[in-house]
Design a protein around this ligand. Structure first.
Ligand code: DGJ
Length: 724
């Protein structure tokens, strides 16, 4: 069992792959987070504990008397609010007396095989009964009668721990949860850099790295979605750790709503990382007997730098988060109509796309926004999910039959969480959108947000979607989400439940999305949010791929895909070749191949020469599919540090094959461009496919190859394929 309890020492030891995490039940039931780092065999942590756990301004626990125990200094594993620990607390509950003093202490625990999941929310899963073990620690706040369970799951072969919390009101009076973290991690140092991914529409997930300083460093969303602006991912890299070396802790929240990840460095230079639902805009009412569960948080420990951390996240998500048929089955190669036609299409135009696409070997046509009701621009019709027969005469059946007759599959676009003020649905049900009384709704992209917290509203949207999906042969759905929540309220939620709307909205979305994938397991679902505004593991649980950005320029995509790859596997990154301005077709293809790969253009505008390139890319898509989708990623040069080129490499899990790709962002003449490859087997002999030359893995990794003869012009790119 990777989780052990040593009763005489009251120590829990969680051995997760190459990492260990040690918790200890201290006197008076305080739960301490003693150690979380590289795997150690020891169970004796006596000497590791601090000696004087008090200072004059820190309140002490009087019962512990001479033991000098101040909650403000000890590494409390899941600290309450207002009871002596002044650092960022993990949990605060306002009780019926009107105060929010909160202090949970250990009661008991259970260790079992397998893995539970928080109710109604996406979570990682076990693949067999034995590949992970779970520790549940029951805690209690004696004064209020609240009960808390901390749930930890360890994946035996991966340095990963997942965590969530469950809070039950076991008292006979109501209470309100003001905040409740999914995970609180104690690290006894502050010499870390805080790394995260900030972005905006068209430029999602840029890597930021800055030294941790005293005080709080946090990233968050208050938008009701994980957002373009901060991703629910952060890392702490030991000062000096780089892509390949050094200690890195990765944190990711499996949640698609407002979140917060805060690193709090205290005055004794220890760091606490709390992550969970953002307490801003959150207040959850619990009547006696009711329970609340947090989303799941993932923590990763890497001793092989950022690259090692990314590969652990990728492996975890490929094997334990992404579900359904297309988690492992090859996905159809698609062409999407958005950048080709926007709202301006009809059946004949779409069929003409399919005809030309078929010549190139493309396997599926996706009809994007604009097929329903009076949707001729973005000003109307969201919520009215019936087909516009002016554009598609005879309905969807005619179009799909013609596309299918060409041998192509067919996909469709929805934005189920939105409603246009100019829609029949809104005119019939003006209270079905998110809103608060007596305050005008803010409008964004001419639309309001549907009240997904309401079962009746979800049922209506589901019936409309189901009417289409059950009638026609639809192989793919793109689920879009194009604005954030404001004036957050629901006609059905009044005090004391009013502020539950943000989280209830997310739960409602999960319920509807879950219904879609459960009812139609053969549909390939792709999430999207104005590009990559909701690229998070919560969404990944439902859809194996997420559109990474509306920016399809191959050079600008490099940074977006590089940043996204910090946490998310290539198989999840929606990436298309488009008509964007810069670079030729080869480079567009090489960049899109660092993702799901597809096309987003009018294929009738392709020259014969470009069509030939497309055909070659389609062949490469098939050839490299497994390597890219299931292989290990090694980032070689990054598009921020190196102004000239961005390069990355995929290595198959068995290390028999590798694919190196380089894109030049600027002209670069350098006769000594030696590139050392990574992740190969030093003993294997690899053949460079394009030249037939043979090299040992050791040579390729240590001496490298001089690539100065390869294309060096701005926007040019090339691939090297090694096989052994
Ligand atoms: C935003 C998406 O990111 C685009 O790909 C496209 O689907 C539009 N919405 C449609 O309105």
């Amino acid at each position: 069992m990777p989780i052990t309890f040593i009763p005489e020492k009251k120590i829990f030891k969680l051995d997760a792959g190459s990492s260990s995490c040690v918790l200890r039940v201290w006197d008076e039931g305080y739960l301490l987070g003693l150690y979380y780092a590289a795997s150690v065999p020891d169970t004796n942590f006596e000497g590791y504990e601090l000696r004087e756990w008090a200072s004059s301004f820190s309140p002490r626990n009087e019962i512990l008397g001479e033991r000098y125990f101040s909650p403000d200094i000890v590494p409390l594993e899941y600290s309450g609010f207002g009871t002596g620990d002044f650092r960022k607390s993990a949990v605060a509950v306002r009780n019926a007396d009107g105060n929010d003093a909160t202090d949970f202490r250990y009661v008991t625990h259970r260790i079992s095989e397998g893995k539970p999941a928080p109710a109604g929310m996406p979570a990682t899963f076990a693949r067999s009964g034995e590949d992970c073990s779970t520790l549940e620690i029951d805690m209690e706040d004696k004064t209020t009668g609240m009960k808390l369970t901390l749930v930890y799951t360890v994946f035996e072969d991966l340095p990963v721990i997942t965590r969530f919390a469950r809070l039950t009101n076991a008292s006979d009076r109501p209470a309100d949860i003001e905040k409740i973290a999914s995970a609180s991690v104690q690290l006894n140092a502050m010499d870390f850099d805080f790394i995260h991914l900030y972005g905006r529409w068209g430029a999602e997930r840029n890597l930021v790295r800055a030294p941790l300083a005293h005080g709080h460093q946090s990233i968050s969303s208050t938008r009701g979605s994980s957002s373009h602006y901060h991703n629910p991912f952060a890392a702490l890299a030991r000062r000096g750790a780089d892509e390949d070396h050094g200690e890195v802790y990765g944190f990711n929240l499996i949640y698609s709503g407002s979140f917060d990840i805060t690193a709090d460095v205290d005055y004794y230079e220890t760091t606490r990382v709390n992550m969970g639902i953002n307490p801003d805009g959150f207040l959850w009412h619990l009547d006696p007997g009711e329970t609340f569960e947090t989303p799941e948080a993932v923590t990763v420990y890497s001793s092989e730098g950022l690259g090692g951390m990314s590969r652990i996240f990728h492996r975890l998500y490929l094997n334990h988060l992404i579900r359904g048929r297309y988690a492992r089955e090859k996905r159809p190669l698609l062409i999407n109509s958005w950048e080709a036609a926007y709202f301006d299409f009809d059946t004949d135009k779409l069929v003409s796309f399919a005809e030309r696409a078929k010549e190139a070997g493309i396997e599926m046509l996706v009809m994007d926004d604009g097929w329903f009701s009076r949707r001729n621009d973005d000003k109307s019709s969201l919520g009215d999910w019936w087909v516009n027969e002016d554009k598609l005469p005879g309905g969807l059946g005619v179009l799909i039959d013609r596309v299918n007759a060409l041998g192509l599959k067919f996909g469709i676009w929805y934005e189920p969480e939105m409603i246009s003020p100019d829609s029949d649905l809104y005119r019939a049900h003006p209270d079905w959108c998110i809103h608060v009384p007596n305050r005008a709704n803010s409008i964004a992209r001419h639309q309001y947000v549907i009240d997904m917290s309401r079962a009746d509203v979800r049922e209506n949207i589901w019936e409309q979607m189901n009417a289409v999906l059950s009638k026609y042969k639809i192989d793919y759905v793109k689920w879009d989400f194009n604005r954030n929540l404001t004036e957050a309220g629901s006609a059905l939620l009044s005090a004391p439940h009013g502020e539950e709307i943000f989280h209830r909205f997310v739960l409602g979305t999960y319920e509807l999305m879950g219904r879609l994938v459960d009812t139609y397991p053969d549909i390939l679902l792709e999430n999207c949010s104005g590009g990559g505004g909701r690229f998070d593991p919560g969404m990944l649980y439902f859809s194996p791929q997420i559109w990474a950005s509306d920016n399809t320029d191959a050079v600008e995509r490099l940074a977006i895909q590089f940043g996204t790859s910090l946490c998310y596997p290539a198989s999840s990154m929606g990436a298309h070749v488009s008509m964007s301005r810069r670079t030729g077709f080869e480079t567009k293809g090489n960049v899109a191949m660092w993702g799901t790969f597809g096309y987003e253009l009018d294929p009738n505008r392709l020259s014969e020469k470009d069509l030939e390139i497309v055909k070659k890319q389609v062949a490469e898509y098939h050839e490299y599919y497994d390597l890219i989708h299931y292989g290990d990623l090694y980032r070689i040069t990054d598009p921020w540090d190196n102004a000239y080129r961005c390069a990355w490499e995929f290595v198959s899990e068995d290390r028999r094959e590798a694919l190196y790709t380089q894109v030049n962002m600027r002209y670069y003449h350098c006769p000594t461009l030696f590139v050392r490859f990574r992740g190969l087997d030093p003993r294997k002999i690899y053949t460079l496919e394009s030249t037939g030359e043979k090299y040992s893995g050791a040579f390729l990794m240590n001496a490298g190859l001089n690539l100065s003869d390869y294309p060096r012009g701005t926007g040019e790119s090339f691939k090297l394929h090694f096989v052994s």
